[in-house]
Design a protein around this ligand. Structure first.
Ligand SMILES: [Zn+2]
Length: 279
């Protein structure tokens, strides 16, 4: 699953601007998915839903599931400008993850940080040969372990992730790739508070996007359906037939980092269920 979306789209514009390209601001493509994580097929979602209904709905206590976390810094040289992310930023990212998931069963333990200089891997895109070779070389741990790859993907992508139901068939592909500038204090404003990692780890634990249209369900009962939105506009109900205001503050939405502040209890249950089934 990858992540080419409005967040990425906005980022491309900002970067183009920052480079003095003289581009006029363009409205994000609101029909695009927020992140580059590839949408599962209907067939896959149906199978997952069937498997979920057969498994007991157990909610483990907050902080009871330790997730071994391996961070892989892929750089093109020394210095932050070449992707050599400092340990302080990585620790800050882990802190953001722990805070965001504090009401869920999951807590993230940093096991190790690897540093690899490889200019090809540094700009790897989803599904590329570079991604395959980087992950084959760097992936650590089993299906319960989170691998975070920090790189500088091409094509304006800021991140992508794999879903838990895919790990058995492709164990080395499992994990999350992040644009290094999305870490706390990075340069990917307004996506530089570490919430991109929170969003992608949500996918890694089986969550779908919220706000994907009135006809689309994310498999969670307490996330109101909504039309895609990339703002932090409050008190909007874009799908009146489905109870509840648009979940603009949800981590699985499309807003700027500052707007993203919550998972719902239903999302926590789904993540726990998915982890029990697949991780
Ligand atoms: Zn996403």
């Amino acid at each position: 699953m990858e992540r080419s979306n409005a967040r990425a789209f906005v980022l491309v514009i900002l970067l183009a601007w920052g480079c003095g390209g003289g581009l006029e601001p363009v409205e994000p493509d609101v029909t695009a998915s927020q992140c580059g994580t590839e949408a599962p097929t209907e067939q896959t979602l149906t199978r997952v839903a069937q498997e979920a209904t057969r498994s007991a709905s157990v909610v483990r206590p907050p902080g009871s599931v330790r997730v071994p976390t391996y961070v892989h810094v892929i750089r093109r040289g020394t210095g932050v400008a070449n992707g050599d992310v400092p340990l302080a930023a990585i620790n800050a990212q882990l802190d953001v993850l722990r805070a965001a998931y504090s009401a869920t069963p999951f807590v993230f333990d940093l096991v190790t940080v690897t540093r690899t200089t490889n200019a090809t891997w540094y700009v790897m895109g989803p599904g590329s040969a570079a991604e395959v070779s980087a992950k084959n070389a760097l992936h650590r741990g089993g299906k319960e372990s989170l691998n975070l790859y920090l790189a500088n993907p091409g094509g304006g992508l800021i991140a992508w992730a794999t879903f838990p139901w895919a790990v058995a068939g492709a164990p080395l592909k499992d994990g999350v790739v992040l644009l290094n500038a999305t870490l706390p204090g990075g340069t990917a404003t307004p996506f530089n508070q570490g919430k991109t990692a929170v969003h992608e780890v949500g996918h890694w634990l089986g969550l779908m996007h919220v706000m994907t249209g009135c006809a689309t369900d994310d498999g969670v009962s307490d996330t109101p359906r909504a039309q895609p939105s990339y703002t932090c506009a409050v008190a909007v109900d874009s799908c009146p037939a489905d109870p509840g205001l648009d979940p603009i503050h949800n981590y699985m939405g499309y807003a700027d980092d500052a707007c993203m502040t919550e998972f719902t209890p239903g999302q926590s249950v789904r993540m726990d269920s998915m982890a029990l089934m697949y991780r």
